[in-house]
Design a protein around this ligand. Structure first.
Ligand code: NAD
Length: 264
């Protein structure tokens, strides 16, 4: 599939992996739609892409809201006339153990709040579902060649302190096979689906993590550093251009293997 002259819709496009993917696609001649909840970030990314000669537009909205997701697609189609590449990159973390105990008494002193559980499920999982659903309707009806590039995580393996986040990323890792299986049944042949499962990537989302825990994890990463967002974007661009990649989840982790940590 050609990136030149394609149209890409990227949720979470105002920061991190989404932003770097948007810029990489725009440099290669795609027209990009930045869909995010952060108006200042949208404005900055759209401006920076235009300043370098690229074509970009922004739509502000919340991935949790059905009406906003419909608007992401409708406004993108209105401006650019088609849709080929969809990257649902909006995501959040709200880390914590399910229960926290007092070191001396061993008794539970805090529980993960329903709000921290629910917001992560809503943004990461329901948000991805709605982006996929709304974009698919347009792509199937439009008949354009296309690909959905979902964001899972190596934490699909089950990371302690992230029961909410890991649950969403495990579910997203299953989506390529489920969706492509459905496409076979429904005779949908113009859309491929892949998920990327990054390790720890150098973006603002990591500021919400326990930094000591992050440093300890990184000691076991053969790459010896955080993965850079351009390294995730490079994999996504390859998936777009390689028609043989479909119905799979690809890890880009710098070699992070949780099984080794658990064996200690
Ligand atoms: N950075 C990592 O280490 C890492 C690793 C694995 C997977 N991921 C996944 O990659 C994706 C992008 O993460 P990132 O590192 O670029 O994070 P980031 O915080 O830099 O970017 C996330 C973007 O999502 C937007 N967003 C958040 N909630 C939203 C909502 N309700 N509606 C619309 N937009 C919303 C934010 O405004 C932000 O622009 C996420 O799904 C994340 O889980 C990141």
């Amino acid at each position: 599939m050609e990136i030149q002259n394609s149209v890409a819709l990227i949720t979470g496009g105002a920061s991190g992996i989404g932003e770097i993917c948007a810029k990489a696609l725009a440099r290669r001649g795609a027209r990009v739609s930045i869909c995010d909840i952060a108006p200042e970030g949208i404005e900055r990314v759209v401006r920076e892409i235009r300043e370098t000669g690229g074509s970009a537009m922004g739509v502000c909205g919340d991935v949790v809201r059905e009406a906003d997701q419909a608007r992401f697609v409708a406004e993108t189609l209105q401006a650019f006339g088609k849709l080929n590449i969809v990257i649902p990159s909006a995501g959040i973390i709200r880390d914590g153990t399910v229960v926290t105990t007092d070191r001396e008494t061993g008794k539970v002193v805090r529980k993960m709040s329903l709000e921290d559980w629910q917001r992560v499920i809503d943004v990461n999982l329901t948000g991805t579902f709605l982006t996929v659903r709304e974009a698919l309707e347009a792509m199937v009806n439009g008949g354009w060649e296309g690909i959905l590039c979902l964001l899972s995580s190596i934490n699909k393996e089950g990371q302690v302190g992230q029961i909410n986040y890991s649950a969403t990323k495990a579910a997203i890792a299953l989506m390529p096979k489920i969706l492509v299986g459905e496409f076979v049944i429904r005779r949908i042949r113009n859309v491929r689906v892949v998920a990327i499962a990054p390790g720890y990537v150098n973006t603002p989302i990591l500021q919400g993590m326990n930094q000591e825990a992050l440093a300890a994890i990184l000691k076991d990463v053969p790459l010896g550093r955080l993965v850079e967002p351009h390294e995730i974007a490079a994999c996504i661009l390859h998936c777009i251009e390689n028609d043989a990649i479909n119905a799979t989840t690809i890890e880009v982790t710098g070699g992070l293997v949780y099984a080794r940590s658990r064996a200690k």
